[in-house]
Design a binder for this molecule. Structure first.
Ligand SMILES: Nc1ncnc2c1ncn2[C@@H]1O[C@H](COP(=O)(O)OP(=O)(O)OP(=O)(O)O)[C@@H](O)[C@H]1O
Ligand SMILES: [Mg+2]
Length: 269
């Protein structure tokens, strides 16, 4: 579903992603761990074409994500839904209308947008709300919901887009532990039951182990771990999070499972 080779991203003279090789099969729930500034958000933004890679190959759901032509970017974004830390829902709209916005790649004004929904879209949006157990709140204003419930609306909206890929950037950063696990449960259900490929940036190692089919560790813009939650021991955690000066010059990737891509294995000393 996602094929990344030698992906680099620079901001001015700062190299933020430094040669990422990563293959993600369809339906996998992949967690990305890494210290602040490691490049996790930049990686997700490259995958959905929000940020233009400086070099390397990046294929997502059959599209070339390095192609910046407007039509290509639109097609890519239809297949890739995003979920952010601050559940970017529209507070004064109803839960259902927020979910329905997932049906549209881009709209000029809310008014024109709201006239475009068919009965089929509404039925689909309701089905997506059922998946996150919020269908009974469909007619409520979203600002009447808790943060965790709003994040679930964000998931419902992502599902309503019927994407092949969901990219979640710290979706539980501002939620309590119980709510966090519930949100991650719905995200994992999306991958298990709908076959959606999910890439989820997290800061919580415990959640990564509990929910990730696979974990990759980013440090200083390079992959330094690729394996299962079981393989992520203290040694590997030190490689990922290490001291700040270590993070700036990460050691080569450690193979912890057969999920490591062949080119990555080739990079081993
Ligand atoms: N638009 C930008 N312009 C310039 N530098 C940027 C831009 N976006 C990110 N960076 C820099 O790239 C580096 C990686 O940022 P990124 O947001 O990808 O890290 P992150 O791993 O998501 O961190 P966090 O865990 O804090 O969210 C940082 O040093 C950041 O300052
Ligand atoms: Mg980030």
């Amino acid at each position: 579903m996602i094929h990344i080779r030698a992906l680099c991203k620079q901001y001015g003279s700062q190299a933020v992603l430094r040669g990422i090789d990563l293959d993600v099969p369809a339906g996998q729930f992949l967690v990305v761990l890494g210290p602040s500034g490691a490049g996790k958000s930049t990686l997700l933004r490259c995958i959905n074409g929000l940020v233009q890679a400086s070099s390397g190959q990046l294929q997502v759901a059959g599209f070339d994500a390095t192609d910046s032509r407007a039509r290509q970017v639109r097609q890519l974004r239809r297949e890739v839904a995003m979920i952010f830390q601050h559940h970017n829902v529209v507070p004064r709209l109803s839960v259902l209308k927020n979910t329905l916005t997932g049906r549209l790649g881009h709209v000029s004004t809310l008014a024109s947008m709201l006239q475009l929904f068919s009965r089929r879209d509404v039925a689909l949006a309701m089905e997506c709300l059922r998946r996150v157990e919020l269908d009974h709140k469909a007619d409520q204003r979203t600002d009447a919901l808790s943060g965790g419930q709003r994040q679930r609306v964000g998931i419902a909206r992502a599902l309503a887009q019927q994407p092949q890929v969901i990219l979640a950037d710290e979706p539980v950063a501002s939620l309590d532990p119980k709510t966090s696990r519930l949100v991650l449960h719905y995200l994992r259900a999306a991958s298990r039951e709908l076959g959606i490929t999910v890439i989820c940036n997290l800061h919580q190692v415990d959640y990564a182990r509990e929910f990730g089919d696979r974990i990759v560790g980013l440090a200083g813009g390079q992959l330094v771990f690729d394996g299962s939650g079981d393989a992520l021991d203290e040694h590997h955690l030190n490689r990922i999070y290490g001291a700040p000066e270590q993070a700036a010059t990460p050691t080569p990737v450690t193979t912890a499972s057969s999920t490591l891509s062949p080119s990555l294995q080739g990079a081993l000393p």
